[in-house]
Design a protein around this ligand. Structure first.
Ligand code: FE
Ligand code: FE
Length: 165
């Protein structure tokens, strides 16, 4: 594979993101179970359902450019998830571990926001209108999730973590 056109780069980025989202569905299930705070756990569950829809949207994007959906291991997402898992495996106070879970989840969202922002721009340039629209929807969901996690961290989890133990 040589990266000699924006079309090819778009496909590469698409495969990467497709794989990243698939990795994330597994991770979010674990995170929902691992979170001690019910509001946080619920937020992960909600985003899991959204992520499953995002995967379907990506499949529609593949279809819209006449390609079968295919992923390519996203090492970046793998790394972020591995770090989160490591934290979850540590001993400690529930509240502090919840704060760590949010720190990890927000890294994930920012990573996705960057990926979808790029893909959206490429789609726009290449005139892939359907792809562009589908991506825009997902991008908004990722941003909203990041905002929600921000709120939970600031108002709920971090203050408790500060006074834990
Ligand atoms: Fe996503
Ligand atoms: Fe996300």
């Amino acid at each position: 594979m040589s990266l000699d056109s924006l079309e090819k780069l778009f496909v590469e980025e698409l495969k990467d993101t497709y794989n990243a989202e698939k990795q994330l569905t597994k991770a979010l299930k674990k995170m929902a179970k691992g979170a001690a705070d019910p509001t946080l756990s619920k937020a992960f569950e909600t985003h899991l359902a959204e992520t499953e829809r995002q995967i379907e949207r990506l499949e529609q994007v593949f279809e819209s450019i006449d390609m079968a959906p295919r992923g390519k291991t996203c090492e970046g997402m793998k790394g972020i998830i591995a770090e989160g898992n490591e934290m979850m495996g540590e001993d400690g106070e529930d509240e502090v571990k919840d704060a760590a879970l949010i720190a990890s989840a927000q890294r994930v969202e920012h990573y996705e926001i960057a990926a979808y922002g790029t893909l959206r721009h490429y789609a726009e340039r290449l005139g892939y209108t359907k792809a562009e629209k589908l991506r825009a929807e997902t991008l908004e969901e990722e941003k909203a999730t990041d905002e929600k996690l921000n709120k939970i961290a600031k108002q709920l989890v971090n203050p408790k973590a500060q006074h834990a133990a």
